[in-house]
Design a protein around this ligand. Sequence first.
Ligand SMILES: [Zn+2]
Ligand SMILES: [Zn+2]
Length: 383
Amino acid sequence: MSNNPSFVLRKIEDVVFEERPIPDIKDDEALIAVKKTGICGSDVHYLVHGRIGDFVVENPMILGHESAGIVHKVGSKVTHLKPGDRVAMEPGATCRKCDDCKRGRYELCPDMVFAATPPYDGTLARYYPIPADLCYKLPDHLTLEDGAMMEPLSVGIHSVANVGAVKPSETVVVFGAGPVGLLCMAVARALGASRVIAVDIVPSRLEFAKTYAATDTYLPLAFQEGETRIAYSQRNAKAMMEQLGLEERGARGVNLVVDASGAEVSIQTGIYIAKHGGRFVQVGMGPPEIQIPITNLLVKEIDFKGSFRYGVRPAPFDPGDYPLAIALVAQGRIDLKPLITHRFSFEQAVDAFQTTRAGKSPDGKAVIKAVISGPDVDPADLL
Ligand SMILES: [Zn+2]
Ligand SMILES: [Zn+2]
């Protein structure tokens, strides 16, 4: 049977709607009627460049991975879900057998099947098959639009709560005030950070960050002619510390730096501003190789870590990133609604990508997150 319209990337700059067969499901899977999907920078990157690192689009691929929907049917072994349940969908299925899976670092699984990461199809279709344990039921007072946002929020949870191990009353600096950076700030605030400093080169993004989750903002200095990046970053860090009253040690020090920008100068500046014994988490993807002030990192014993997607949290910090994301939103400690700036119908998927890519809609409104509804769903109905 075929009633499964799908939004397919055929090759660079070439997307089409295709009728695909309705996917079969295994005993332990669920078939989800996808209702809301957020557009991610990675989706746009595949459209424009056809690849991210070693992941190359060689065959047509359905886009989308930030989704929520309604359970359409379940396999015979599924007991915790039934048709009609509203669920957030964690889009990475792991092998469950490898060393990384078994030691609780499943985001590192070499056999990950991740939605809209080549060669695997994504979620921008009427139906998506998924292991049932990757479906998280949403409380009644959350919308399916909130459910779709659990994906980027889980990235923020993983960076700040899990890898970054934020603690109450700490000072956190987040470089980059795009969707992931803003969500990192929200997580830091929700978990009790007393100071959350947003850094971005776009003043309007800083203004938004201040209304959303940041306690302070910092607009980086302008580059001087002939200055090296590292010299710039050193000067920028000094200015930032002066302006915000930050110190290298003690209670006015920066406990945790999160880079959600991927920019070389942000990473350099972040290392310079971290306090002695502080932590640094890299979540933003930028140029694959950069220069860092390694001696500064060494002397200050900065704990520098990478953060990739989401997973479970080490004991005693259970549950996993997705459940914690849903809990914080359900408790009202994080509000996802202000981040959704643009809504599109399924038929308008091309416009949604164009708008995300341009960073603003034709009326000039800046994009934080654009959401595409499922086929036959009214974009204004948040479900
Ligand atoms: Zn994403
Ligand atoms: Zn595995």
